[in-house]
Ligand binder design. Structure first.
Ligand code: C2E
Ligand code: MG
Ligand code: MG
Length: 709
């Protein structure tokens, strides 16, 4: 064997292997190659080219005949003219066409050719690429894109739209052709442009792979539609950013539902005003945006006066309607830039921007005027007042909680200083507020632990000097502060609702005590308006009577006019039921209110207690005239009259002369511990049994009692 033969053989083997690999490569890539010697018309095909045309590679390249030229009839002309022009102009070319195989199968191909100068410019050399699978996939995707309800946009890497799916008609009212070739982003709501630009620029630069956002598009008719857009980057074979796909979906329905949910979470369904959450957010924002420019704001915390009474007597339905009317009225006087919220129940709050004291006060006045206008509900007319606490900046620490607490304290002061009024926060209130809270906690404990005690003040029959009964007056035996008078804690007990358990205790204790008294005298118990709860004061009175075994006719409940003002209807009904049990009802502190006389017409009281301010002034002709008139009126109506606060024999003489039937005051006895009253009653009882007393002056015991009180 010659070495050259070995070389040749080696070379031939290499060549054969190269050919084999080339064939395999062509087969895998669905790419065949061909050559056309255009001078002779001779053609050469690779195996894969045969395969693409559906021909047998062992056979010669098939001749172009009248019946078959390898292509669909319509495409053959294009292929032929492309080849012709490539030969004539010695040019490279690319053409797409459809091949038809002898069995009728059609393949999509791309033919690329070069004018091959290497062989003396005698041939065209090229490849034929079978694109059928790719084309089919493309067609499938196109079909999907064309028929999905989302609008699909294919943009190039300069954000120019290459493709827009037909859903653009439904979504935006534009034909796809109106949009193709234009820049993405041109149809956006101005407010959404920046966010959109940030995304598309990120995609163009290849910094973002995918993104999603909510944006409003402008429709052809100028309206806006909320959409949810999803972006995905496209990259070329080398991984360089090569445009992106956006699918855009109409989300106006879900957006509306979300907006509703969002609204509900931040608004009060009854009045449509903001709720506590919204208010708190706005307050925090206002505090966060406080600058050095001196801008400030104020809080006006409002609480309706006597609204509970309206709910109780008109029912919650009408109560709710009244609340919405009031909410509208408040809104109507408030600047749109300010926030009005309902904090719950009958409490509202205004966050007033850029406030100065004069403006805040003017607004408070406007709110009071607006709210207190009578409200007509189904022919019923109701009047509601409003108390307002105002707190504004600057305060030492600009914290929302501090401001709120200040406004609350100011509101508390407004309520105490006679409703339908407003009050500014003052730093002194802080201490008051803390003391109030401490007292409330202590009072709760005292109710549980027997920290209260009843003193009793005798009430005398003015004609015979006999003790007719006693009034139970509560005191708080405070471990540090000693005996606290009711005027110091009853208002807070009423405000906090603690008066209900406390009043219960008083009722039970007074009935229990009086049941043991000799001679069956009356026992008078003071009752606050808050004790007329929907569950009924009657039930608790009956419980106290049952527990003690006291005859109902011996119990007298003292109510003041303010009880009636608070909720006349409910209270009067309750009083009627109590009276039908046999319990007596007295109108306390008569003359201190505005319409004492009108109540006498509406309810059959058993007793009037003329307030001690009249007795105090009895030397003045007008006070004297009033006592005389009231006593005269009461006598005509068969009502007993007690004069309160008798301190001197002269006062006693006069009230007796003016026609009062009973007297109560320090002249006879201060309120005192039960055992003193019991002793007094026992002595009276034994006196009664021995001889009937004819009384002409203060009781002999008075001096003793005065010392003990
Ligand atoms: P009130 O029902 O008008 O009770 C009479 C008040 O006048 C008592 O004051 C009594 O000590 C005082 N007083 C009686 N005679 C004289 C007098 O000659 N001169 C002077 N200066 N005062 C006299 P007190 O005990 O401080 O009670 C004040 C108010 O507290 C009571 O006025 C009543 O409205 C309320 N109160 C007392 N106990 C209770 C209670 O158990 N429940 C409720 N809801 N209120 C109560
Ligand atoms: Mg009283
Ligand atoms: Mg009184």
């Amino acid at each position: 064997m010659f070495p050259q033969d070995d070389d040749r053989r080696g070379l031939l083997a290499d060549l054969a292997e190269t050919n084999r690999l080339l064939k395999l490569a062509e087969q895998i890539a669905h790419v065949g190659h061909w050559r056309l010697y255009f001078a002779t018309g001779e053609r050469q095909w690779s195996d894969e080219t045969y395969r693409i045309f559906g021909q047998d590679p062992t056979m010669p390249v098939p001749a172009v005949t009248a019946n078959w030229n390898g292509y669909l009839e319509s495409d053959w002309a294009l292929v032929r003219s492309t080849l012709r022009s490539a030969i004539d102009n010695q040019q490279d070319f690319t053409v797409e066409a459809r091949v038809i195989r002898p069995n009728g199968e059609i393949r999509n191909v791309e033919i690329r050719g070069i004018y091959d100068l290497a062989n003396g410019g005698k041939s065209l050399f090229g490849v034929i690429i079978d694109l059928t699978d790719q084309k089919q996939a493309e067609a499938r995707y196109r079909l999907l894109a064309d028929h999905t309800t989302d609008m699909i946009v294919h943009a190039d890497r300069h954000s120019k739209r290459l493709y827009v799916s037909p859903s653009s008609r439904d979504l935006l009212g534009f034909e796809p052709d109106d949009l193709v070739g234009r820049q993405v982003g041109g149809l956006l709501h101005p407010a959404d442009e920046q966010a959109h630009r940030d995304i598309t620029q990120g995609l163009e630069r290849g910094e973002i792979e995918h993104a999603a956002n909510r944006q409003r598009f402008t429709r052809k008719d100028g309206t806006h539609v909320w959409t949810e857009s999803r972006f995905r980057i496209l990259r070329d074979e080398l991984g360089a950013p090569n445009g992106y796909i956006v699918s855009i979906r109409d989300c106006s329905l879900s957006k509306a539902a979300e907006d509703d949910a969002e609204r509900m979470a931040r608004h009060d369904p009854l009045t449509g005003l903001g709720n506590r959450t919204l208010f708190r957010e706005r307050l925090d924002q206002a505090i966060a945006s406080l600058g050095d420019d001196g801008t400030t704001f104020a809080l006006l915390w409002m609480d309706l006066d006597r609204f509970k009474a309206i709910n109780d007597s008109f029912g919650h339905l009408l109560g709710d309607r009244a609340l919405s009317i009031i909410a509208d009225r408040i809104t109507s006087v408030v600047d749109p830039a300010d926030t009005v919220a309902r904090l719950g129940g009958d409490e509202f709050i205004i966050l007033m921007n850029k406030s100065i004291p004069a403006r805040a006060e003017a607004l408070a006045q406007q709110v009071m005027v607006a709210v207190s206008r009578p409200i007509d509900l189904d022919g019923q007319r109701l009047c509601v007042g409003v108390s307002i606490g105002i707190a504004s900046l600057p305060v030492e620490s600009c914290q929302a909680d501090v401001l709120l607490k200040n406004a609350d304290l100011a509101l508390y002061r407004a309520k105490r200083s006679g409703r339908n009024t407003f009050c500014w926060f003052e730093s002194a209130m802080e201490a008051t507020g803390q003391a109030r809270l401490r007292m409330e906690i202590e009072m709760q404990a005292a109710i549980r632990n027997g920290g209260f005690v009843l003193h009793y003040q005798p009430i005398l029959d003015i004609n015979d000097g006999e003790i007719h009964g006693s009034e139970a007056l509560v005191r708080w035996r405070h471990p540090e502060r000693g005996m606290i008078p009711p005027s110091d804690f009853i208002p807070l007990a009423e405000e906090t609702g603690l008066i209900v358990p406390l009043g219960d205790w008083v009722l039970h204790e007074a009935c229990r005590e009086a049941a043991q008294w000799p001679g069956s005298p009356q026992i008078a118990v003071n009752v606050s308006g808050c004790q007329f709860t929907p569950q009924g004061l009657e039930a608790r009175v009956i419980a106290a009577l049952n527990a003690s075994g006291l005859d109902p006719a011996r119990l007298e409940l003292e109510i003041t006019e303010s009880v009636l003002i608070d909720d006349e209807d409910t209270v009067l009904k309750s009083l009627v039921r109590l009276r039908s049990l046999g319990v007596k009802i007295a109108l306390d502190d008569f003359g201190t209110g505005y319409s004492s006389l009108s109540y006498l017409r509406r309810f059959q009281f058993d007793r009037i207690k003329i307030d001690r301010s009249f007795v105090n002034e009895i030397a003045s002709p007008s006070a004297a005239a009033i006592i005389r008139a009231v006593a005269g009126l009461a006598s005509e109506m068969g009502i007993k009259v007690t004069a309160e606060g008798i301190e001197t024999p002269e006062q006693l003489r006069l009230v007796r002369e003016y026609g009062c039937t009973h007297a109560q005051g320090f002249l006879f006895s201060r309120p005192t511990e039960s055992h003193h009253v019991r002793a007094l009653l026992a002595r009276q009882q034994s006196r009664r049994q021995t001889s009937a007393p004819t009384w002409t002056g203060p009781l002999p015991d008075a001096a003793v009692l005065r010392e003990t009180g």
